[in-house]
Design a binder for this molecule. Structure first.
Ligand SMILES: C[S@@+](CC[C@H](N)C(=O)[O-])C[C@H]1O[C@@H](n2cnc3c(N)ncnc32)[C@H](O)[C@@H]1O
Length: 280
């Protein structure tokens, strides 16, 4: 498939501790509104300060998590990479650096304001001929089946209103034998770090976030709530196995504040239910 033929939009150029319950379908959990409109509006309102807050609140550690992702799940020369929920394109650009210009990189996101900032960064990096940002919903990815050698998503799957549908789409567009890499916040494994983190995440982070990036959607309260209600560790691996991925591994990072989950699409063909598009 020629990834450069994907339709580019014409319009536009962060963290909790030990929690007892784990949910398989976070969108079904009462309390966190993950409706598309709310999530889109929330990211639109924080887009301009998103990178600053990300790097500040993580003390720049988020950059090393993305580098770890591209090293652990490296691009194959000449084989396209998809970064889903790419936002401001940090992981897409990290994959471009890792590929040294040998692989086309596609980033998708449904928030134009985030993509606009991403496009400026791609332009500044001189990567416009290799990195294409496309507007699209993670539940209905604008790409054919079996296309990408690596499909990544960083801190994005948690926000998709239907996690299972999101995972199925990641698997659908991955080539047989290709890899799915999911980087997501998780709950620190140690008791002390877990408590400290929980306190920071619940009480400090929302205040800093709201002060530096004022928004009407309480985006930095949504962050810890959505993380705490999202499958973590073995629960995430079980979900990925159910959706047809094999050779599953988890890599806890920085004491388990974030985790990289990696799975492979079987070379013999997927055993997953492909996400259905709604009737027109
Ligand atoms: C926390 S940001 C992560 C951005 C980037 N991946 C990073 O590592 O910084 C989450 C992104 O997911 C996007 N997103 C959430 N739900 C989505 C969906 N259903 N389809 C496409 N993008 C979605 C948001 O617009 C936002 O840009």
């Amino acid at each position: 498939m020629n990834v450069s033929s994907l339709p580019e939009s014409q319009d536009t150029g962060t963290m909790e501790g030990q929690v007892p319950t784990e949910s398989r379908e976070p969108s079904a959990v009462a309390g966190v509104d993950k409706s598309d409109r709310r999530v889109q509006r929330m990211f639109a309102s924080i887009a301009r300060r998103y990178d600053l807050l990300n790097h500040l609140l993580s003390l720049n550690i988020d950059k090393s998590w993305r580098t770890f992702t591209t090293r652990t799940v490296p691009p194959e020369p000449g084989v396209p990479v998809l970064d889903c929920c790419t936002g401001t394109a940090d992981l897409a650009l990290a994959y471009d650096r890792a590929a040294r210009g040998t692989s086309p990189i596609v980033g998708t996101d449904f928030c134009r304001e985030m993509l606009e900032i991403g496009r400026n960064k791609v332009h500044k990096a001189g990567a416009s001929d290799r990195v294409t940002l496309v507007e699209g919903d993670a539940r209905f990815l604008p790409a054919p089946d079996d296309t990408f050698g690596v499909v990544s998503v960083a801190f994005g799957l948690r926000n998709v209103s239907n996690t299972v549908q999101g995972v199925d789409e990641l698997v659908r567009v991955t080539k047989p034998g290709g890899k799915v890499a999911i980087l997501e916040f998780s709950r620190p494994r140690g008791r002390l770090l877990g408590r400290l983190y929980l306190a920071f995440f619940r009480h400090v982070l929302p205040r800093i976030g709201q002060a530096l990036s004022p928004n009407d959607d309480a985006a930095y309260e949504y962050l810890p709530r959505s993380v705490l209600e999202f499958p973590d560790g073995q629960a995430m691996l079980d979900l990925l196995a159910e959706r047809g991925l094999i050779d599953l591994k988890q890599h806890p990072l920085t004491g388990g504040i974030a985790t990289l989950y990696v799975g492979t699409k079987p070379a013999t063909g997927p055993s997953i239910a492909v996400a259905a598009r709604p009737d027109p």
